[in-house]
Design a binder for this molecule. Structure first.
Ligand code: GRF
Length: 224
């Protein structure tokens, strides 16, 4: 049985779409048991419904505090039978109780090369800073924002004339490549964490025969 994941979104859900597309292409070996949003108007919920994936809105404003909201999310995720949690533009911090419920099975994607430019506007902050190389990071989630052990990173050059939006767009296209890959590794049970280091168990599967005009580490496998 493929790993069942819950994808948490607050907005557009383009990363969710990339995950759905790689699953439907038969490349990413996982299934989405639930798409959950704290914002009922999130377009990510719409994307899920279009693909007959259970979609649930739990407005955080309906709950007295973070603990109560997270407890409701834990219940919904467990009811859906999902075993891992994928944050895809989910704009809420998770409580220690939530992380304990899915210990070692919560991933996030961030539009910057962590530990640089943590926070809500990673790509824009990098552009404003004037970096020459930008990128994105998939990491395990711990109790500190944008902080847990790094699974995969991809780097792209910042081009002359790039504003925050242009750079964010090119980073987002890379996010759509590396997030399904990282989830595939998680689903295959190939990721182990020791301290800050994430080890990827090798399998000898062929690597992707593409160059993205970027540096991706570890390298993408065929199909991602
Ligand atoms: C992405 O840039 C992601 O890195 C960040 O939030 C954004 C979500 O975009 N955490 P989308 O909703 O997946 O389109």
């Amino acid at each position: 049985m493929p790993l069942s994941i819950a994808v948490l979104v607050s907005g557009s859900g383009s990363n969710l779409q990339a995950i759905i597309d790689r699953i439907e292409a038969g490349v990413l070996d996982a299934r989405i048991g639930l798409v959950l949003s704290n914002r009922p108007e999130a377009f990510g919920l719409e994307r899920a419904r279009k693909h007959d994936i259970p979609a649930l809105a739990l407005p955080h404003t309906d709950y007295p505090d973070r603990e109560a909201f997270d407890a409701a999310m834990i219940r919904a995720i467990r009811q859906a039978g999902a075993e891992a949690v994928i944050l895809a533009g989910f704009m809420r911090m998770l409580t220690p109780g939530f992380l304990a419920a899915f210990s070692g099975r919560v991933l996030n994607i961030h539009p910057a090369l962590l530990p640089s430019f943590a926070g809500t506007h990673g790509a824009r902050d990098a552009a404003d800073y004037g970096v020459k190389i930008a990128g994105c990071t998939v990491h395990f989630v711990d109790e500190i924002m944008d902080h847990g052990p790094v699974v995969i990173q991809a780097a792209v050059p910042a081009l002359a004339g790039d504003d925050g939006d242009a750079l964010a767009g090119r980073i987002l296209a890379l996010e759509h490549r590396i997030y399904p890959q990282a989830i595939h590794w998680l689903a295959q049970g190939r990721l182990s964490v020791q301290g800050r280091k994430v080890h990827l168990a090798p399998t000898g599967v062929p690597l992707a025969d593409v160059t993205l005009g970027s540096l991706v580490s570890p390298p993408l496998e065929q199909g991602f």
